[in-house]
Write a protein that binds this ligand. Structure first.
Ligand SMILES: [Zn+2]
Length: 346
């Protein structure tokens, strides 16, 4: 039986350093490959610059004036669901409100506004607010799958702040439900199937137990939801990988799992608030040809790089498909772990 490989290769670059009288200097770099998907990244801590955390009050005020998700606009400005799916038009849970995306990128692409506040810092999201948002997202997915059983590939997605791609400041998440997996989801499912054919029947289970044993990237757990840092990250500031153990589809996720997931997220947010505010988050659900995945999630912090407002995505990621990451996954794990103190460490 083949094991799970954690491939990394160290390399060096040399130059004559103008800061030290043009003496010969070497810089170490590290190339990593995710065994499941083949995703490659480079760990380059010497490129790290923390962004200035500034949310301009003027910009917030201006965006609030035209915000369709604010409480005085949401009923007038947001679309309603078709009556055969939701006679009530919009689905509510707690303070969360679900409705179709007015600018859809798929047949089933809906939006969930998390609450009345136009803007919240990451550490201002309560567990209840997040739990209700994810629960109503799940209900939306369930309603679609019930009427369209072939549409079994679903995801719950979040761009937080314009610097991560969000069109609005007002906190909102989105669901996407389709009959085929998206490209990165397919890579994961293909990988799981490959492992299965090589004698590893449940990739995520074997992977999780290996990561817990290694301990370098395992952050902690809340109930059945595990938080790790990804070995070969997909973002400039690393990637938090989330595994819902033994939940193979979003349909199987229980209310207490959403509470646990939200609790863990608030801990990651506590870490983020002092470093990087913006992030992308996606939770993936669906199985293919008996691939037997678990529900998994990826959270990548996003940043504008000082001092010239440089994008964190350049040709290397956009065109070569590889990520330059400025923090080692092991360091990111050590930094987030204290916020999980008190919860189970597996
Ligand atoms: Zn608003």
């Amino acid at each position: 039986m083949a094991g799970i490989e954690f491939f990394k290769k160290e390399d060096q670059a040399w130059f004559l350093d103008p800061k030290e009288g043009f003496s010969k200097k070497s810089i170490s770099l590290e190339i990593r490959r995710d065994d499941l998907t083949g995703h490659r990244s480079r760990i380059l801590p010497y490129r790290r610059k923390y962004p200035e955390i500034v949310i301009s009050p003027e910009m917030l005020e201006a965006s609030k004036k035209v915000c369709p998700f604010c409480v005085d606009q949401i009923l007038l400005s947001t679309p309603k669901l078709l009556p055969k799916i939701a006679p009530e038009g919009r689905i509510r849970r707690g303070r969360a409100c679900l409705f179709p995306n007015a600018f859809p990128y798929a047949r089933y692409n809906w939006v969930i506004v998390l609450g009345e506040e136009h803007f919240l810092y990451p550490d201002q999201f309560s567990v209840e607010m997040l739990r209700d948002g994810f629960s109503v997202a799940q209900e939306g997915i369930q309603r679609i799958v019930k009427s369209q059983p072939d549409f079994q590939y679903s995801s719950i997605n979040w761009n937080y702040l314009p610097s991560s791609g969000a069109g609005l400041f007002h906190p909102h998440i989105q669901i996407l439900v389709e009959d085929v997996p998206t490209a990165s989801h397919k890579e994961v499912l293909d990988g799981i199937l490959r492992y299965r054919n090589e004698g590893i029947p449940s990739f995520w289970e074997s992977f999780l137990s290996e990561e817990i044993k290694r301990g370098e990237r395992y952050i902690g757990r809340q109930g059945d939801v595990h938080f790790l840092t990804a070995f070969s990250p997909r973002g400039i500031f690393g990637e938090v990988l989330i595994l819902f153990s033994n939940r193979s589809t979003i349909d199987e996720v229980r209310t207490e799992d959403w509470a646990d997931f939200s609790q863990g997220l608030t801990k990651v947010f506590q870490y983020l608030k002092n470093h990087i505010l913006s992030f992308n988050l996606s939770l993936f659900s669906g199985n293919r040809d008996g691939s037997r995945s678990w529900v998994y999630g990826r959270l990548c912090p996003r940043m504008i790089i000082p001092p010239w407002l440089t994008s964190d995505i350049n040709y290397f990621e956009k065109l070569h498909g590889e990520v330059m990451c400025v923090i080692s996954p092991e360091e990111l794990c050590r930094d987030i772990k204290p916020f999980f103190a008190g919860s189970h460490q597996a």
